[in-house]
Design a protein around this ligand. Structure first.
Ligand code: 3PG
Ligand code: MG
Length: 382
């Protein structure tokens, strides 16, 4: 595999993942933007022009005004200390022309959200070919989107010479170390995209010993096991029968599923701590209670390897992010290898503690996919 240091004096299309958490029009955490700086500066140092492609959120093939990338271009410009020009589309003759006439003052150009394009998520070859007309070579640097078979991630490689970006190289090198750990392994899994997480959970049964689940994933288990969860969100696509089989598979494999029995609920009078047996119809589960974490802390203390992806509560809200922060506090003191992955989970790490974990990965779903495919997933081996 050629190295990006070999790319010189040319126009480079680089697929990054700037899918950062945004609240009230502000970027809450810019780690995913920072993670691509080494790739971008390496390309710039060899006199290349860099054209960036990324997605943000789920616009589903339509233009969604608040998912435009202008605030991201602004933040990237601040980090790079240069002006990052943003164009309002990501393919087609007008963009091609604009890139051709761009001069050296536009050394970094960010194109519009690729998920505004209908063909992006279905890996439409026509769209991949259109992207390929924008530059001479392609650098794939979006580790956290590598599990997606999308036009700007997968299909495009049929049309352009492709290089691995420095972030992808670094993440994959770090993750290779994971397979050297043989003893007690714990997967802590929460967050959104529940049907995907659930699928990965089943795929990961052979590779972990303990599965600690929270958030909407746990709500789905409670609901299908027959508990009252009030107004809490759960994933309707997952049936009671399927949940039953998963619990059985985990237990028959000699593994353990650990699911919170004490949670924080929100109701009309505020927040309360409740046993799962006492949830009422107007309650809304927003977090795991810290007493549950403390009661199960020995599993974490005895583990060799812990992978944590997906917050257990509403991470944007101070009260509902306390459970996740408490888990992160415990993990930072452990000698075990601790891997924290995913934009939302990583955004809750206190910046001054980031050195306390073995690995902070930009990938959430991608990290899990890497683990379940034993590093051999389609997009990790190019
Ligand atoms: C992520 O947030 O996990 C990545 O940016 C991929 O986003 P996606 O799950 O919307 O494909
Ligand atoms: Mg995410």
């Amino acid at each position: 595999m050629s190295k990006i240091g070999e790319i010189k004096n040319t126009r480079v299309l680089c697929r990054v993942d700037f899918n950062v958490p945004i609240k009230d029009g502000e970027i809450i955490d810019d780690n995913r933007i920072k993670a691509h700086i080494p790739t971008i500066t390496t390309l710039l140092s060899n006199n290349n022009r860099v054209v960036l492609l990324t997605h943000l959120g789920y616009p589903k093939g339509k233009i969604v005004e608040n998912l435009r990338l202008d605030i991201i271009a602004k933040r990237l410009g601040e980090l790079l200390k240069l002006n990052v020009r943003k164009l309002n589309a990501s393919y087609g003759p007008i963009i091609q022309k604009e890139l051709e006439v761009a001069d050296a003052s536009d050394s970094v150009i960010l194109l519009e959200n690729v998920r505004f394009n209908n063909g992006e998520e279905i890996n439409d070859p026509w769209l991949s070919k259109e992207y390929s007309k924008l530059a001479d070579v392609f650098v794939l640097d979006c580790f956290s989107t590598l599990h997606r078979k999308h036009a700007s991630v997968l299909g495009i490689r049929d049309y352009m010479k492709t290089y691995k970006g420095l972030l992808v190289e670094k993440e994959i090198n770090n993750l290779e170390k994971i397979f050297t750990h043989r003893n007690s392994k714990v997967l802590i899994l929460g967050g959104s995209k529940v049907s995907q997480k659930y699928k990965t959970l089943k795929e990961l049964v052979p590779y972990f010993d303990y599965f600690v689940i929270g958030g909407v994933l746990a709500n789905t288990f409670y609901k299908q096991m027959g508990f009252c969860i009030g107004n809490s969100i759960y994933c309707e696509e997952i049936s009671a029968d399927d949940i039953y089989k998963t619990i059985e598979t985990i237990e028959l494999s000699g593994k353990q599923l650990i699911i919170p029995d004490t949670v924080i609920v929100k109701h009309k009078d505020g927040y309360s701590k409740k046993s799962l047996l006492n949830i009422e119809s107007n309650d809304y589960i927003v977090d795991v209670d810290r007493s549950f974490i403390e009661r199960n802390a020995s599993i974490l203390h005895e583990a060799d390897l812990i992978v944590f992806n997906g917050p257990f509560g509403y991470y944007e809200d101070e009260v509902s992010s306390r459970g996740t922060k408490h888990i992160l506090e415990i993990l930072k003191r452990l000698e075990a290898t601790t891997i924290i992955g995913g934009g939302d989970t990583v955004s809750l790490i206190n910046k001054s503690n980031s050195d306390s974990y073995s690995l902070i990965s930009t990938g959430g779903g991608s990290l899990l996919h890497y683990l379940s495919s034993q590093g051999k997933g389609l997009n990790y081996t190019f």
